[in-house]
Design a protein around this ligand. Sequence first.
Ligand SMILES: *Cc1c(COP(=O)(O)O)cnc(C)c1O
Length: 356
Amino acid sequence: MGPGPSNPYPEVIEAFTRPVMGHLDGVFLELLDETCDRLRAVFRTDNALTFPVSGTGSAGMEAAFVNVISEGQTVVVGVNGVFGERMCDVAARCDANVVRVDADWGTPLDPQRILDAHPAPAVIAVVHAETSTGVRNDLAELGSAKGDALLLADCVTSLGGIDVRLDDWGVDIAYSGTQKCLGVPPGLAPVSVSARAMERFRCRPQSWYFDMGMIADYVAARGARAYHHTAPISMIYALHAGLGVVLDEGLEAAHRRHQHCGDLLQAGLEARGLTLVPPAEARLPQLTSVRVPESRLPRGMGEADVRRMLLDRYGIEIGGGLGPWAGQCWRIGSMGHTARRRNVTLVLAALDEVLD
Ligand SMILES: *Cc1c(COP(=O)(O)O)cnc(C)c1O
């Protein structure tokens, strides 16, 4: 299938066609600085250390954890999906004392239970928008009551899609990814770190590449930048362009567009007798998880066959359930450039044709 409904913004595609220049070229460094400014705008932060880590969202997660956690320190992690699980795995590899606070998949985390889980954790870590379930977890309440702990937030699926306010909410370290609601291909992990978190950077984290103390020195050097690693030039052009599209539209308008599409899609699914999984108050507009309508699959077809058919016939890619939800639930993303009314119409019409 050729370019379908998920074709990226033309500005982003065009960015990939720009001539590749040296990564220490003054023209490129200016564009990189502007990219960091744009990231501060979408993260709603004044954090000086705000930049795209070279790597996908998971690289952002790793960079966030390795720099602030030392062996034996306590990290409280809220877990209600795949990405909370991944945080536990990453924290455990930093030899942290990981205290998990689980909530059932499909339901939001209870901030009070997280705050009560340990008297003095070094870090409290939560996924803002759980892509495996379509659930929104609250950050503001954790930020206002975190005490001496650092609040670390996964904003991979929230950034650009729903409100993210690092400074107002007291988030100390946040990371994101380019390919969710920012509408840019995968490859970079925007990260932002508060001054308070920078004070707690380990002097020798167990990673050379993701040592953010070292990167902060390069950022502070401005003008006199030197080589750390070769920046993925074309990806940074693309992120710069994608952020430009989001900010030209207006961050709030982009959030409204995601909300509107999510509302239309979710109402349309319910009107067709399908069951949405998360409770209404915790539902993300950009990721809709719906129970597989087992009794309405065409004769002889499994849920994966139906998803395959949607992709082949209509260019619509629906995610399958992850982990314990494999085969049980479908996840329909409406993110970034794909959050368009016509795409919602197309998905609903395709389901009408395909389901019994
Ligand atoms: C996609 C995602 C990640 C991981 O990002 P990759 O780009 O796949 O490495 C982490 N957290 C959440 C919430 C995600 O949706």
